[in-house]
Design a protein around this ligand. Structure first.
Ligand SMILES: [Zn+2]
Length: 149
């Protein structure tokens, strides 16, 4: 799941290309008909296969979904629209939570979002470690302190 999360917001209704953050298309729709496969429809510059799309996650202020494009084809209508078949996580709905975390070393407060997969606490810890924290159930060290040590 974490492989498909980027800690950078994509505005609602937009789709961006990961490599070229200035490319910003209109998002027409996202659907998932089979596990781990998403169909994204957009309008604007057409992504190449091999590119990764960034999509907004409903309810999230910090994260985007990263979906690697497997194939893409133009749609006949509306003009300039395309449909991309993408790889994605094995879930289509995302339970977004946010946690107030305090670093055990410098006492800085962080508000961090994460997507719940299975156990809430473990999902939070996994997300923190992915973001450069040194985190366990007992102790949480922020990326700043972690880099110093
Ligand atoms: Zn710290």
């Amino acid at each position: 799941m974490l492989d498909y999360i980027l800690y950078k917001k994509t505005p609602p209704g937009r789709v961006r290309f990961q490599a070229e953050s200035d490319v910003d298309c209109e998002l027409l729709g996202v659907s998932s008909f089979e596990l781990g496969v998403f169909e994204v429809k957009g309008k604007g510059a057409q992504p190449a296969s091999g590119a990764s799309l960034l999509l907004p996650i409903k309810g999230s202020k910090q994260m985007s979904l990263i979906l690697p494009v497997m194939s893409v084809e133009p749609l006949i209508t509306p003009l300039g629209a395309w449909s991309a078949r993408c790889k994605g996580p094995n879930q289509a709905q995302f339970d977004v939570r946010s946690a107030d975390i305090v670093c055990d070393e410098c006492s800085t407060h962080y508000e961090m979002e994460f997507v719940v997969v299975g156990d809430v606490q473990l999902a939070a810890i996994e997300a923190m470690n992915h973001q450069g924290w040194q985190a366990s159930l007992e102790q949480q060290i922020c990326p700043n302190c972690n880099n110093k040590g």
